[in-house]
Design a protein around this ligand. Structure first.
Ligand code: SF4
Length: 488
């Protein structure tokens, strides 16, 4: 059986970002830089990765592999097969088209050969009308190679009558609904595009004479590139040896960037919207302490994602911060498919309570989110078993009550704890002394919106909390999914 690396101690009880994209142009052996960039974006997808490169001579070359970037794209024998000054890459969790076991044919970048030359595409996000598009394309004769919704873009490009690849891409993306941040390449061009709402991130960087596109700024840092700016919602950049050419093929109707990137998905050392992700998370903790104070002896993070918010909570409340839970950094492949006996140990394989600290204390635990709630129950029990006198949970996001259709893997609505219960009911169900989530307004304030959420025109996508989807999920609606009504 193929081993699937785990990214987080509670992979079964977290929302999962599905993809990271990275591309470079104008650098010798560009694929090596792409491998490093993908390594820095590994938190956005651990199932598989792929790199495409181009050099005059061999033409386009590609490699797709299951597993971590570091286990595949560090081998000289492989990297030598990806020569040239232009390259793009992709890491994935899984796409909307292929939940569960990934097939190698679903691993991006995808490649298409057109009359004016080839193009490779790596996509972060989710096309919300992919089923309808695929049906239409198949009816018209397209033959799909994968189950990924992203392949629709290649087929739509093949049908365009435009004379060059960027214009064909614009044509194709005008038919596409949903969220996309795309990094693409031709023989001589690196192309970056964001959907009109800019739901998923995409940034531009520079290194010497070369240019970089990346899902996050942390991946610019790893190769020493300078962060230039974010690609704007609805913008396309086409980068050649002559520099960066920008156009706005899709109307900029106001950003609805994913607010969960601030809470959890992005790395804390990245910059989003001009603000450090770490600082936003710390500020969430500050807001939480103001909104939901509690008498306690210790504030402890649920590692690692709860750490900055716990620091903020401690700072604002004056309750001492402590590492009450220690994460085993080396849980991974050894226990991926363990025996039933080992599996029953569950969270204990990954986390251990620092008993000496916890015993006899009233403990505030800060976590980034509650999805199904299964892990929260286990952690609470571990803390009580270690002798804590009370356990209070403070959550750095509002209740996650709605699934995401924009490139994040979420359980079905009926499996989200907050879809079934109020905050008080969740508190009772989880058996904790108190449970409080940050408000939507508090989250917006922490993310730099001093006045909180503008309910008439929200500044972010927050559909998984509010049920207000900025793009109607057409495929899901066709399948019977019901969006929140105004009365709810
Ligand atoms: S629904 Fe939630 S996770 Fe999905 S894009 Fe919107 S804020 Fe992000």
């Amino acid at each position: 059986m193929r081993e699937m690396p785990l990214s987080h101690p509670f992979d079964d009880d977290k929302l999962k970002e599905e993809c990271g994209v990275f591309g470079v142009i104008g650098m010798a052996e560009a694929a090596n830089f792409v491998a490093l960039g993908l390594h820095a974006l590994q938190h956005r997808g651990q199932e598989a990765g792929g790199i495409v490169a181009h050099d005059f001579g061999p033409g386009f070359t590609s490699a797709r592999r299951f597993g971590y970037v570091r286990d595949n794209f560090t081998k000289a024998s492989l990297m030598e097969t990806l020569p040239g000054p232009i390259s793009i890459g992709h890491v994935r969790y899984s796409t909307a088209g292929s939940k569960g076991a990934t097939q190698i044919r679903d691993v991006q970048p995808f490649f298409g050969e057109f009359s004016m030359g080839g193009a490779a595409i790596a996509h972060n996000g989710n096309i919300t009308n992919a089923i309808a598009l695929r049906r239409e394309l198949i009816d018209r004769g397209s033959i799909f190679q994968s189950s990924s919704d992203s392949e629709c873009i290649i087929h739509l490009m093949a049908r365009s009558l435009q004379q060059n690849i960027p214009d064909r891409m614009k044509d194709a993306l005008r038919r596409v609904e949903g969220a996309f941040s795309i990094v693409a390449m031709t023989r001589t061009k690196l192309i970056g595009v964001r959907d009109r709402l800019g739901v998923r991130p995409l940034v531009l960087g520079q290194l010497g004479d070369g240019w970089v596109l990346s899902s996050e700024t942390c991946a610019l840092d790893i190769i020493g590139a300078e962060f230039i700016r974010e690609i704007a919602p609805g913008e396309m950049v086409v980068i050649t040896e002559n520099g960066v050419e920008s156009s706005q093929p899709f109307e900029n109707v106001g950003s609805r960037f994913c607010i969960f990137e601030h809470v959890y998905f992005s790395r804390p050392d990245s910059i989003l919207g001009g603000q450090s992700v770490y600082e936003t998370r710390r500020q969430i903790g500050v807001e939480l302490a103001r909104e939901a104070p509690v008498e306690a002896d210790l504030v402890c993070p649920v590692p690692d994602s709860g750490t900055p918010a716990a620091i903020g909570y401690s700072h604002e409340s004056g309750i001492p911060y402590a590492m009450g839970i220690i994460r085993n950094q080396y849980v991974g492949r050894t226990f991926i498919e363990p025996t039933e006996q080992i599996r029953s140990l569950g969270v204990r394989l990954k986390l251990n309570v620092n008993r000496a600290l916890i015993k006899g204390k009233r403990v505030v635990l800060v976590d980034d989110s509650i999805v199904r709630g299964t892990t929260t129950t286990k952690i609470k029990q571990m803390i009580l078993d270690a002798g804590a006198t009370s356990v209070h949970f403070r959550i750095a996001s509002p209740p996650t009550a709605w699934p995401c259709f924009y490139g994040v893997d979420t359980p079905k609505r009926e499996n989200l704890l907050a879809a079934k219960m109020s905050e008080d009911e969740m508190c009772e169900h989880l058996g904790v002394d108190s449970l409080k989530f940050i408000s939507l307004d508090g989250l917006y304030r922490a993310a730099g919106q001093a006045q909180g959420r503008n309910n008439a025109k929200p500044q972010y996508c927050d559909a998984c909390f509010s049920g207000q989807y900025p793009v109607a999920p057409a495929d899901m609606l066709e399948n019977g999914f019901e969006i929140k009504t105004a009365a709810e």
